[in-house]
Design a protein around this ligand. Structure first.
Ligand SMILES: [Mn+2]
Length: 353
């Protein structure tokens, strides 16, 4: 069954879904241009403008492609299609539509009743099918290959920015369609900033360097973090590295279907707590990854979610010490029928460059 049909099965009868979110549009139809989707029984439509008509026809043969025209914008065309299909009830992506957009939509469709989508598409997106798993696995392979390359590039005297540019270029050269997100390169004391922006800081002998990056392949993201050391680390940083590594490996290898996401988080958190660094691990353990870099389910202490086969999640504990530096180690992993498979094969042992 295709994805749009799965969504229809989860909607009330005689109701259409109006999809604005670009990731949801891509998931349901394969379309990557601008516009909106209408999805209902007997009604699969892309509503776009002249620039994307041909592309939409090629990308999603199951959908009828309608163009806006003078005096008839996206919502007007949508209302015409709904009227023709006799549909008067529509689900709206309540998490992204602004108050202003909603007012416009209601004005253009005065006879339609609206209800919240309640993340129905995001729910479907949690479990990755085989095609999606292949795309993410390929994105992770490119990411690992770029990591091997960058280990030969990183050296005392290079700036974070130089490392970032070389890493990004390598991922694109290896076949990434794009970057999954802005690459993080955090050296020395900058390592205490979980989301550091790479800058002009010059890498020095003895610095640890945290690299958090990922390729995008056929619309799907990879997410990986490795922390390397240029020259010999201090005893303190070495100790921190060993704790994070133990937390990462113990939590990752515990993953199996049926497990609570919060329990995976707890495994890593307990190890870091017991080592005395609990205060220095202030984010959750991981997140789903797919079309978007951050998706459900979250590996977090307050998550109520249960892992099932086909979930792809990151496991990324870290310890951050202001003024000193930080370590994070992250793999993207797929939950299998009986356990877990890491998609990032790059070794996690501390690399001294
Ligand atoms: Mn991540």
């Amino acid at each position: 069954m295709n994805r749009a049909q799965k969504l229809i099965e989860r909607m009330p009868e005689n109701t259409a879904a109006l999809i604005h979110n670009a990731s949801n549009i891509f998931y349901l139809s394969g379309y990557t241009g601008e516009g909106v989707l209408l999805v209902a029984k007997g009604l699969l439509a892309v509503i776009t403008d002249f620039r994307y008509v041909e592309a939409a026809q090629k990308q999603c043969p199951d959908f009828a492609v309608h163009s806006i025209r003078a005096g008839a914008g996206h919502m007007k065309v949508a209302s015409e299609l709904l009227e023709k299909a006799g549909i008067t009830s529509v689900l709206i992506e309540d998490n992204i539509i602004t108050v202003r957009q909603m007012k416009d939509i209601e004005k253009t469709m005065p006879n339609v009743k609206f209800a919240p989508m309640d993340y129905r598409v995001e729910e479907l997106r949690r479990v990755k099918d085989e095609t999606e798993q292949r795309c993410i696995a390929r994105a992770c392979e490119i990411t690992c290959e770029a990591f091997e390359y960058i280990c030969g590039f990183i050296a005392a005297g290079r700036t974070e920015r130089e490392v970032q540019l070389a890493l990004d270029y390598k991922m694109l050269e290896l076949g990434a369609q794009d970057l999954a997100f802005d690459t993080i390169v955090a050296s020395g004391e900058n390592g205490s900033l979980p989301h550091a922006v790479p800058g002009e800081r010059v890498i020095r002998d003895g610095d640890m360097v945290t690299l958090d990056f990922g390729a995008k392949v056929d619309g799907y993201c990879a997410d990986m973090t490795r922390t390397v050391c240029v020259g010999q680390p201090s005893d303190k940083m070495k100790e921190i590295y060993e704790i994070v590594l133990r937390a990462q490996e113990t939590a990752q290898s515990a993953i199996r279907p049926g497990m609570k996401c919060s329990d995976v988080d707890k495994i890593a958190r307990d190890i870091i707590d017991e080592a005395g660094y609990g205060e220095c691990f202030g984010h959750s353990l991981g997140h789903g990854v797919g079309i978007d870099i951050h998706e459900e389910p979250r590996l977090a202490s307050r998550s109520e979610d249960i892992l099932v086969p086909g979930h792809i999640v990151t496991v990324e504990p870290g310890i951050y010490v202001p003024g000193l530096g930080g370590v994070r180690i992250e793999n993207s992993c797929v939950v299998t029928q009986d356990g877990v498979r890491a998609l990032c094969g790059a070794s996690k042992e501390l690399r001294i460059l």
